[in-house]
Design a protein around this ligand. Sequence first.
Ligand SMILES: Nc1nc2c(ncn2[C@@H]2O[C@H](COP(=O)(O)OP(=O)(O)OP(=O)(O)O)[C@@H](O)[C@H]2O)c(=O)[nH]1
Ligand SMILES: [Mg+2]
Length: 293
Amino acid sequence: MVIEYNKPEIERAILIGLAPNSLLKKEAQESLNELERLAQTAGAEVLAQRMQVRRKQNPAFYVGSGLVKEIKGQLLELEGNCVIFDDQLSPAQQRNLEKELEAKVVDRPILILDIFARGARTAASRLQVELAQLEYTLPRLTGAWAHFSRQYGGIGAKGPGETQLEIDRRQVRTRISHLKNKLTKLGVQRETQRKRRQNLFKIALVGYTNAGKSTLFNRLTKSQIQTADKLFTTLDSTTREMSLGYPRKVVFSDTVGFIKKLPHQLVESFKSTLEEVSRADLLLHVVDCSDPR
Ligand SMILES: Nc1nc2c(ncn2[C@@H]2O[C@H](COP(=O)(O)OP(=O)(O)OP(=O)(O)O)[C@@H](O)[C@H]2O)c(=O)[nH]1
Ligand SMILES: [Mg+2]
């Protein structure tokens, strides 16, 4: 069977944020600005931001139904094709919004996963991203989602998205357990490597994404790890020894950065990347002092 997909078009997106009250508006705005950087990293063009102050999210549409109508009008006016929400949407909210807006609806976790899928290089990180994508999209594998995903391609459709939508949930579950087995095997290999270093003092560089962890790691260990002024440049941990200038050997690990509003199940999938953190003797928290937060 030949499946034809439309050429993925660039997402022209409107971003939506919610503040529970006016006191928390500034915080919600900072988060929305961060969403804009994430959207740009994923290759989307940001057309506008909308923020609503609302005590509780609307179970049907996340925001109020009045705003949904306004967003629909704005999409037409600005020739947008995508709406990105700065939070995790329930499967029902996502379905309702796609139906109502007749546009692609992406939430913050899907966007982050998409960035990870584009950047994953090693076997372990690819497996972890695929696992997280499948676990997150499994309850969302519905007719409506499949229809729009296939029609639009792009964000959220990279990785298992399109093809997995063609098969049923049972097959997705089989794939999930296969990925988990493979990750466990890779974990055993890493354990062997780690044993060689068990008597050394281990320091893990941790912190928010783009804080400068890899830059510091390169200085300390004379390495050439990629650094860039963008979110999630590093997706795999790297461990190197530093012996010069110290009476005893020290190993440093560069790790994946943190970000706000990452759902628990995604953190769980990145467990093997975070193992370096749990085995470290010292966590060195790298903070960007120019960051207003
Ligand atoms: N001005 C200044 N810039 C820095 C410093 N340290 C890092 N940078 C810059 O900050 C940006 C992010 O640095 P990275 O080392 O890639 O940050 P990271 O924490 O590894 O980021 P991710 O891997 O993307 O999570 C790069 O453009 C660096 O050149 C510093 O001490 N001062
Ligand atoms: Mg880095």
